[in-house]
Design a protein around this ligand. Structure first.
Ligand SMILES: [Zn+2]
Length: 391
């Protein structure tokens, strides 16, 4: 089994008496209320998906991640994992050594050991991470909305956030590692997605499955852009796809509780390191991975892997082109494998797919499996009815 990043799988989730003691302590501490994005980061920290991180970043890790794509100890790490607070909260935290963390409804989740409270430059962070501080970028917009101070330190989580919803698919790194071992998978490819899987991505996953033992289909379970398709609908799409088109014993569907940053190349490395913690040996990186708008070049998310030694990352990226159904080849292909012209290729953009669904049209079977299309048609039909009722 592949080692977690940094060599040891972190767990910051307390149970039993320890959890009860932490909760009692939390009731007496100053409370920091987390937004949904920070709650998902807390969950990733709790289950070891962010190994070797044991908490929200302090100034040394933060500064080196921004400038150098590494933690203070030199390990590759490309995105900040931070807890931001406003001026008043920062002032009060400078006087205490521990604080409670609560979800947006005020429910207590964890205790934070306050090791560091520091001021940071939000615009510089956005330019380094997203290559822009423009409000049109969802990641930059989020950073701009945050407080002026960062509080860092290890966390101990006594109540699991989001544990009720989709619990069947909430597999922690320790769970996926155990399942891979039970199934005898020595090599496992991870697939990141925030969208329904259409035939182009099915083809890429299956091309990878030709050379590895198993597939971890690992959709984002945390926050995504508001115009991305909802998690409930996406999960139904994955279920019907796996049921009808994949060998039962070679694919595993689980949620990645992370939130999307839309940081393109930096997020491609981040996604790969997370999947390494879940036990994957390989990771699929497509064109414009984790991209949004035109902020990154189409191959930047693949090129960034050359900035790190293969052993440093410890997980092998598999790079793919955009793929499509070719009416001349009578099968799925990419520009690497098909020489026919564009008219022969069935390709739809995300916007085109949404427009077809909105207008009640049919997605072609060369583009989307009919079972998946049926789930999407139904979901979009309901959405239209709800929007109609709201008007
Ligand atoms: Zn062709």
């Amino acid at each position: 089994m592949i080692d977690p990043h940094g060599g040891r799988l972190v767990s910051r989730l307390a149970s039993g008496e320890k959890a009860a003691a932490l909760e009692a302590e939390a009731r007496e501490l100053p409370v920091i209320q987390l937004n949904p994005f920070e709650v998902s980061d807390l969950e990733m920290l709790a289950i070891g998906a962010f190994s070797p991180l044991e908490g929200f970043m302090g100034s040394a890790d933060y500064a080196r991640v921004i400038s150098d794509k590494r933690l203070a100890n030199g390990l590759p790490w490309t995105l900040p994992v931070t807890l931001a607070v406003d001026n008043d909260t920062a002032d009060s935290l400078k006087k205490v050594s521990r604080a409670a963390l609560a979800d947006p409804s005020g429910r207590l989740l964890a205790v934070l050991e306050v090791q560091d409270v520091f001021h940071y430059d939000r615009e510089a962070e956005s330019v380094a991470v997203f290559r822009t501080a423009n409000d049109d970028h969802p990641g930059a917009r989020y950073v701009a909305s945050r407080g002026d101070w960062i509080v860092g330190g290890p966390v101990e989580v006594f109540r699991r956030p989001n544990s009720e919803a989709h619990s069947k698919y909430r597999l922690d790194p320790a769970d996926t590692r155990r399942i891979f071992a039970e199934r005898g998978w020595n090599t496992v490819v991870g697939f990141q997605t925030r969208n329904p899987v259409h035939r182009a991505h099915e083809y890429i996953q299956k091309a990878a499955l030709e050379i590895v033992d198993g597939l971890l289909l690992h959709p984002i379970g945390g926050e995504t852009k508001s115009d991305d398709i909802s998690l409930d609908v996406r999960l139904r799409c994955y279920e019907v796809l796996l049921e009808n088109y994949y060998p039962r014993d070679r694919a595993l569907l689980a949620l990645n509780p992370a939130s999307m940053r839309y940081a393109g190349p930096r997020e491609a490395i981040f996604h790969a390191l997370i999947r390494k913690n879940f036990g994957c040996t390989h990771f699929i990186v497509g064109r414009d991975h984790a991209g949004v708008g035109n902020y990154y070049g189409p191959y930047d998310a693949q090129k960034i892997f050359t900035e790190f030694g293969k052993d440093e990352l410890g997980i092998a990226p598999l790079f793919f082109e955009h793929t499509f159904y070719c009416r001349e080849c009578l099968g799925m292909a990419s520009q690497k494998t098909c020489g026919h012209d564009k008219q022969s290729r069935v390709m739809l953009s995300g916007t085109q797919v949404r427009n077809v669904l909105r207008e009640g049209g049919q997605l072609p079977p060369e583009f989307t499996r009919p079972e998946v299309a049926a789930v999407l048609h139904q979901a979009f039909g309901q959405q239209q009815i709800q929007q109609g009722a709201a008007c």
